[in-house]
Write a protein that binds this ligand. Sequence first.
Ligand SMILES: NC(=O)c1ccc[n+]([C@@H]2O[C@H](COP(=O)([O-])OP(=O)(O)OC[C@H]3O[C@@H](n4cnc5c(N)ncnc54)[C@H](OP(=O)(O)O)[C@@H]3O)[C@@H](O)[C@H]2O)c1
Length: 297
Amino acid sequence: MSRLLRSPLLQTPRARVARVTRAVTGAPSPLAGRTVLITGATSGIGEATAYAVARRGATVLLAARREEELDRVQRAIRDEGGTARRYIVDMTDPGSVDGLVDVLLGEHGAVDYVVNNAGRSIRRSLELTHDRFHDFERMMAVNYFGPVRLTMGLLPAMRAQGFGHVVNIVTWGNQIRAPKFAAYIASKSALDVFGRILGREAFFDNVTCTNMRVAIVRTPMIGPTAAYDGRGESAEHCAERVVRALEDRPVTVDGAFGTFYAAFNVVAPRLSDLVMAVLHERQPDSAAARRGAVTTR
Ligand SMILES: NC(=O)c1ccc[n+]([C@@H]2O[C@H](COP(=O)([O-])OP(=O)(O)OC[C@H]3O[C@@H](n4cnc5c(N)ncnc54)[C@H](OP(=O)(O)O)[C@@H]3O)[C@@H](O)[C@H]2O)c1
């Protein structure tokens, strides 16, 4: 019985009470003094999350490919009085990810929190993808194999210390299944499933995972998609929700539309396909997707 009570079973109600208590007493965030690794920390959601986490008193471990951008974010955190270290990694390169795991375990022992945020997207219909199998391969490389390799490398130390939390930044597309995003959404859905099963297998070691199904966020990633101009939440707003996911450790973070569409997909799957088929026809591939350039959202 005590094993059950110490487990994450009552994590959500406990976190809600703790949040109210912190608001009343001014007690520090549970992130204070902890290590938080954020991949893709040089831009958009990852960068904004790095600042927000640093303000909670965590030691932020910034990871991405671009050294000068990592330096910039690290400097900005230090200028505000926060603590940050930076690590160069290419999430599509297994050797680079293994190297990062070795360095992190050597410098910090177990990492307490991981935000699997680094990622890319492709918006291109299947019709234009027949001779582009590499679109599927590179989506899996950055959005699935990279974060899974990193998480698997850090997981044994988390389990051994009896604490760890992973936040996977996935997409509302996992619930909606939007046309033209097959390669992207399939890779993010794979990460979503991995995270959910991790949370089940590591349950009694108090290692948990949140799949955060993010909608449209105004970051450089959506820049090339004119249809998203002026839409979505800011990176800073999204970052506050990531912080909440780190502090409260829910199983999923969903938006209202994603939840609605997931139910629609179950209750009336053909009708839901019809709606998406109409949208697919009305919103053609971009000129960049037709040319074969990488298009992101
Ligand atoms: N923006 C949206 O509307 C939206 C919606 C749903 C989900 N998401 C997800 O949110 C996450 C963050 O996206 P964002 O919108 O903040 O995009 P962003 O501004 O383009 O940032 C992407 C980050 O990922 C890093 N990155 C990309 N490829 C990498 C690689 N191979 N190895 C290491 N780092 C890599 C980039 O850093 P370097 O270039 O320095 O490596 C950058 O810091 C992504 O996983 C995305 O799929 C975004």
